[in-house]
Design a protein around this ligand. Structure first.
Ligand SMILES: Nc1ncnc2c1ncn2[C@@H]1O[C@H](COP(=O)(O)OP(=O)(O)OP(=O)(O)O)[C@@H](O)[C@H]1O
Length: 860
């Protein structure tokens, strides 16, 4: 008891753990512990099964060996290794009393309760049954052995620190363990706590590493009693190499002693029954004393055993020290080896890295070499392909040459045979050549004779050409004379070419070489011959027409007047002749732009240096007997009234219409376009009342002789007459012609045209001309009255189409009437003659007898 008490006093904080699968053993342990308590000590015992508390008991110490120095607290933990029904500690105690197996345990408890010998190591050995080192550390082979009664319980904070594993968490406890914790309290110094820890805690040499796991493992064997387990563990421990293998003698006994502690079971007393409990404890104490006496012999034996074990321990310790020195030496060697290894490893690492670098370099070099090899191979392959293709070509060429050679051999053989034939032919040809040369010589003589004759003929031709020229000149002079004799009226006929959309044409013949006759043949083979001053076929050009018109222009510069009338039915080319097609090329330009150009150039000719000329133009439209200014600004009203007024010199002016000076000849193109646009505007404004009309383009040439101051004023009028079929209220067909099915009464024409014809007729008959019969004749009156100085060109236009034959015949008949008119060569009116410029009076020398001559010509 004293020993146990000592042990408990050293377990500060006091804690004792008893593990067993025997409830009686646990009860005995509790009794022993309680008996070991001093009076001033309190204890608390708790029995656990796994984590579950199955009973707790507390009380004050009643054991011997009281220590009054301080009050102590002791805790006894009893752990059941087998499942038990929940019982109180008292129940456990009772069972322990009834169990005869507890008796030896009582003796053991008595042995434990004896005070420990001064030798601490002996106490430790008795308590734990394990050999300990002098410094308090358990040797390696003994660390796995478990204390039987006193051991670090791990229930206090201090014990938890020294046994960090297995005890600190309830989960680490074996689930099949029941334990009872006995706690005793005592006030006083706690200096023994460190000792208790050192005594009961198995510590590894490397520093406080608890060996709770092996302990837990051993506890996990529920059917194995503690003594048996401790023994078996001792047996199973593997001794260190070279260590003494003999087991300490006392170890097995100490374990058996502690395992056999059994206390008689007592009926549980109530908590208030302190007296009874004291009595129980006293009884228990006496029992334990008996057990102690019995155990004294054993203790002596154990002490001897402990001494023997101590000797063994010293041997082992020296052996351990030797081993440790060896270990130190080995560790130094090990460290050296480690250093060497690290050096070697570093070298290996460096070598590996170098090796890798080398490998990479080698790989890249190898890749480059492979690429080069590949490119070389590709190039060689390409060269081989080329060589092969060249070889094939050469083979083909060779085959061709072989073939050609064979052909050539054939040809040579053929030609050599031909050569013989050629030589024969050659000889025959030479003979022929000789004969031919004779013939050639004869013919050359004949050619020379012919050349001489040809030269004579050419001389004669030149003479005849000159004669023809002279005759042409005389013919022209004569023609001019005839024109004069005709009274200055000439009538031309122009045939329009057939267009793409036109139908069948009328048969038109031009029988005379001079181009003055035209004969139309109808579908019924009726012939209609007409004779005019000139007839221009459909193939004629603008140039051809202007050649004759241009003869009139010089008289304009010298103050004369001229009128060019374009007459004909619809779509026969009147505007084309006068103006030409819009935007046309130079060769298609009409008479107006051509005349402008020629007059303009003539006015700037060097020979007219003394004369300064001014060119002015005016374009007038006469629709429904109303005058319109075709050069009026764009957008100006078409309703402006214009009236014709005759001046004192007989020349007519139009109110509101001024002449436009022509600064440049090229202006005429834009002026004609302006007039065309204005015509369209007027036509639109007249709407349904529009039946066509006349347009009169006037060029006025005013000349001033800078030397003498003499002035001239000539005028050239281009009159685009209204279509001769305009009075027909018929729809134009696609070619622009009026419906010819509507038969026209003979001579039925537009009123203004009729008036024009009447004027011509009156002048021809030397009668009073009805100038005021129409705006047109009124406007042109001044040109007609000066018939000595006036030239009139009347151009009738006809269509070549058969469908227009009737209208064509009517136009030709009207033109023939005009052609038959003879204007008197001398002024028929004394009042008018006074206005004739002096420069033109030279032509007045033509006598009336000339007119008579012309009439005779006409009559014939
Ligand atoms: N000599 C010609 N050569 C080529 N084409 C011509 C010729 N004469 C007339 N034409 C063409 O015939 C068509 C009619 O001509 P143009 O308009 O001059 O006739 P028009 O008699 O003035 O008609 P309208 O009576 O309707 O005014 C135009 O397309 C014109 O280009």
């Amino acid at each position: 008891m004293e020993q146990l008490n000592r042990s408990l006093s050293k377990l500060k904080p006091p804690s004792t753990i008893v593990r067993s699968n025997s409830s009686s053993a646990l009860s005995t342990a509790l009794a022993v512990a309680a008996a070991a308590m001093n009076e001033n000590e309190n204890y608390s015992a708790t029995t656990f099964f796994g984590n579950r508390s199955i009973g707790t008991t507390t009380g004050a110490g009643t054991g011997i060996g009281m220590n009054n120095e301080s009050k102590k607290d002791h805790t006894l933990t009893l752990e059941m290794l087998e499942p038990l029904p929940p019982k109180t500690v008292a129940g456990v105690k009772r069972k322990a009393e009834d169990d005869p197996r507890a008796r030896p345990s009582r003796a053991a408890a008595a042995a434990l309760s004896t005070r420990p010998a001064p030798n601490t190591r002996g106490t430790i050995a008795a308590t734990t049954g394990a050999a300990r080192r002098p410094n308090g550390l358990i040797a390696g082979t003994q660390r796995q052995q478990q204390p039987t009664i006193t051991k670090p319980a791990g229930r206090t904070p201090l014990q938890t620190q020294t046994r960090p594993t297995g005890r600190t968490t309830p989960a680490a406890r074996p689930t099949t363990t029941a334990k009872t914790t006995l706690t005793s309290t005592k006030t006083g110094p706690t200096t023994a706590a460190g000792k208790a820890t050192r005594t009961t805690t198995p510590t590894v040499p490397t520093g406080g590493r608890a060996r709770a796991v092996p302990s837990a493992k051993s506890k996990a064997r529920p059917s194995q009693p503690i003594v048996t387990r401790a023994t078996s563990r001792s047996r199973s421990t593997t001794p260190a190499p070279g260590a003494p293998t003999a087991q300490p003698k006392g170890a097995g006994k100490a374990i058996a002693l502690s395992a056999d502690i059994e206390l008689p079971a007592k009926k549980k007393r109530a908590a208030w029954d302190t007296k009874g409990r004291l009595q129980d404890m006293e009884e228990l104490t006496s029992t334990l004393h008996e057990m102690l006496n019995k155990s004294t012999g054993n203790i002596t034996e154990i002490t001897q055993t402990l001494e023997t074990n101590a000797n063994k321990i010293e041997e082992l310790e020296s052996f351990r020290l030797g081993l440790e020195s060896k270990v130190v030496g080995k560790e130094i060697e090990n460290n050296d080896m480690l250093q060497k290894m690290s050096t070697v490893e570093q070298e290996i690492f460096m070598l590996n890295r170098k090796h890798l670098d080398n490998m990479k370099a080698l790989q890249s070099q190898q890749a480059m070499e492979v690429d080069q090899e590949k490119s070389t191979e590709a190039r060689l392959q390409q060269e081989r392909d080329m060589e092969e293709s060249n070889l094939r070509i050469a083979n083909n060429h060779l085959e061709q040459q072989i073939q050609e050679s064979a052909n050539l051999r054939t040809t040579i053989s053929t030609q050599s045979s031909n050569c013989l034939a050629f030589e024969t032919d050659n000889r025959a040809l030479k003979l022929k050549i000789e004969r031919t040369e004779d013939t050639i010589a004869r013919r050359e003589a004949s050619i020379k004779e012919l050349e001489r004759k040809l030269s004579d003929s050419e001389t004669q031709v030149r003479k005849r050409q000159q004669k023809v020229k002279d005759e042409e000149t005389s013919r022209r002079k004569l023609y001019g004379t005839i024109m004069d004799l005709k009274g200055h009226i000439r009538v031309f006929c122009r045939v329009r070419p057939n267009g793409a959309i036109d139908g069948a044409v009328t048969s038109i013949d031009y029988p005379d070489l001079e181009g003055r006759e035209i004969v139309l043949t109808s579908a019924k083979e009726l012939k209609y011959p007409f004779t005019f001053d000139r007839v221009f076929a459909a193939t004629s050009t603008q140039d051809d027409l202007f050649e004759d018109v241009s003869q009139m222009l010089p008289s304009i510069l010298s103050g004369g007047s001229a009128c060019v009338f374009a007459y004909g039915s619809t779509w026969t080319g009147k505007s084309y002749t006068l103006e030409g097609p819009s935007g046309s090329a130079e060769e298609s330009m009409g008479l107006i732009p051509r005349s402008i150009l020629q007059i303009y150039e003539a006015t700037r000719a060097p020979e007219s240096n003394d004369w300064k000329y001014t060119l002015e133009v005016r374009h007038i439209g006469i629709y429904n007997e109303t005058i319109y200014d075709l050069h009026a600004p764009e957008g100006s009203p078409t309703t402006t009234a214009h009236e014709i007024q005759s001046g004192p010199d007989g020349k007519a002016t139009v109110t509101g219409i001024n002449m436009t000076e022509l600064k440049s000849a090229v202006m005429i193109g834009s002026l004609l376009r302006i007039a065309q646009r204005r015509q369209a505007v007027v036509k639109t404004s007249l709407k349904d009342t529009y039946r066509g009309g006349h347009s009169v383009f006037t060029i006025r040439v005013t000349g001033v002789d800078s030397g003498t101051g003499k002035t001239t004023e000539g005028a050239l009028h281009f009159v685009d007459l209204i279509a001769s079929d305009s009075h027909l209220d018929a729809t134009k067909d696609e070619s622009g012609s009026k419906d010819s099915d509507k038969a026209l009464v003979e001579g039925e024409v537009d009123q203004s045209l009729k008036c024009l014809g009447d004027v011509f007729l009156a002048l021809s008959n030397n009668a009073q001309a009805p100038y005021r019969g129409s705006k047109l004749t009124h406007l042109l009156q001044s040109s007609f009255v000066d018939n000595n100085n006036t030239k009139i060109l009347f151009i009738v236009h006809i269509s070549p189409l058969g469908v227009h034959l009737d209208q064509t015949l009517r136009s030709l008949r009207f033109a023939a009437k005009v052609n038959s008119c003879l204007l008197p060569l001398t002024g028929s009116s004394s009042s008018i003659s006074s206005s004739v410029p002096s420069s033109s009076t030279s032509s007045s020398t033509t006598s009336s007898s000339a007119g008579a001559t012309l009439r005779r010509i006409k009559a014939t």
